[in-house]
Design a protein around this ligand. Sequence first.
Ligand code: ZN
Length: 117
Amino acid sequence: MKIPTELIPKCPVCGKPMTMNLRCDNSFVQDEGWYEAHSRYERFIRNNANSRVLFLELGVGANTPVIIKYPFWQMTKVNSKATYACINYGEAFCPAEISEQSICINEDIGKVIAELK
Ligand SMILES: [Zn+2]
């Protein structure tokens, strides 16, 4: 689980190592591009509220479940045509209320996707 240091991307401005954009501290970037993407997502959700939708959740843990996990569960609950799919090694589960509409796979994501091919 180690990678060569030279493969870690660096910030083009200050040269520090790049990191993922997570809501874990005050460095979360919520700029114009973020708001545009958020609008596209909201529009898709609104336009497909009663459609056959697959809410595919890959590796979402319990750190910030209000961002993806809980909304996916709620949108699955209110749309009988929706399916919730969760692939997560060690944390694949769903509430009993949506178990009939859910596929929870407790496995390594890379392995599952390779097996889908
Ligand atoms: Zn920087």
